[in-house]
Design a protein around this ligand. Structure first.
Ligand code: ZN
Length: 75
């Protein structure tokens, strides 16, 4: 699945953390917070819990790759 930023139409979006209890309550309606990496716009998107989990896994994998790249450049 591809999520697009409603502000700049970029596909470079990542799951964002919940800022309040109200935001967490929105998850009952499958609305989850995302942030655009291009324009930093924060928005809510309709996704299932498993889809969001998959997106978080991708983000973690990307961060791990970045950390390894830094480690390799230091040696
Ligand atoms: Zn954007």
């Amino acid at each position: 699945m591809t999520i697009q930023c409603p502000n700049c139409s970029s596909c470079a979006v990542q799951p964002s953390s919940y800022k309040s209890l109200a935001e967490r309550a929105l998850t009952l309606l499958f609305l989850h917070p995302f942030r655009c990496r291009h324009c930093t716009h924060r928005f809510f998107e309709l996704v299932t819990r498993s889809e969001r989990r998959a997106l978080l896994r991708n983000r973690l994998a990307a961060k791990t790759e970045q950390a390894f790249a830094v480690l390799h450049s230091e040696f």
